[in-house]
Design a protein. Structure first.
Length: 202
């Protein structure tokens, strides 16, 4: 009789114990997924920031005069300022399938507290041109990546715009000098599922 009782209690998990184990697995899985997602977002923002900073360095090295009148996506693609996996002929496409635009920015637009529209440059530079800044328009950036990318790329650019609002402007002579405004960053990045970011340097 004693052996029968021992075997009865030793036969395995009951339903309640099994449910508790499954609940623990679900909670642990959700935690691991959340941490992985955060890591993936951070890694993507870091990769984007590196690509943008490398492009900015290449642009400055090519345009030693500081006159960016002729800068365009074609020039940037041919000069390989961006990684090969982001270029398709003369078109630059970011990881979010957004067409990246690179071009000159007028000095007046650089110092103003507004986000200029970036268009491809053309023509020939001359002593009278005032395109002393360049910009990179980076569209379709997911909201979560946007928040991290703004901080990660901040060191390489004087001015950053998100969704039409300036979140940083340290351009010399800026009408409203603004260090990276984290409150504006989170607000602008969160206005939609994806946003366009604009990066400006001289």
């Amino acid at each position: 009789m004693q052996n029968f009782k021992s075997n009865k209690h030793a036969k395995g998990f009951n339903l309640l114990e099994l449910m508790l184990v499954l609940a623990a697995i679900v909670v642990l899985g959700a935690f691991v997924f959340n941490q992985y997602n955060k890591y993936r977002i951070g890694e993507q923002a870091s990769n984007d920031a590196q690509a943008l900073a490398t492009a900015a360095t290449g642009i400055k090295a090519l345009y030693t005069s500081g006159n960016y009148t002729t800068l365009s996506p074609t020039v940037a693609a041919n000069a390989k300022f961006f990684p090969d996996n982001m270029t398709d002929g003369s078109t630059i496409i970011n990881p979010y399938q957004g067409t990246v635009v690179v071009g000159p920015v007028l000095t007046t637009a650089g110092v103003s507290d507004a986000v200029p529209t970036i268009t491809a440059g053309s023509g020939s530079p001359s002593a009278t041109n005032t395109n002393r800044y360049f910009g990179i328009s980076y569209p379709n950036v997911p909201s979560a990546v946007c928040i991290k990318l703004a901080g990660a790329a901040s060191g390489a650019f004087d001015k950053i715009g998100i969704g039409g609002q300036v979140v940083k402007n340290t351009v010399p002579g800026a009408t409203t000098r603004r260090l990276l405004d984290e409150t504006r960053v989170t607000t602008q990045c969160g206005q939609d599922t994806t946003v366009t970011m604009v990066f400006i340097a001289s």
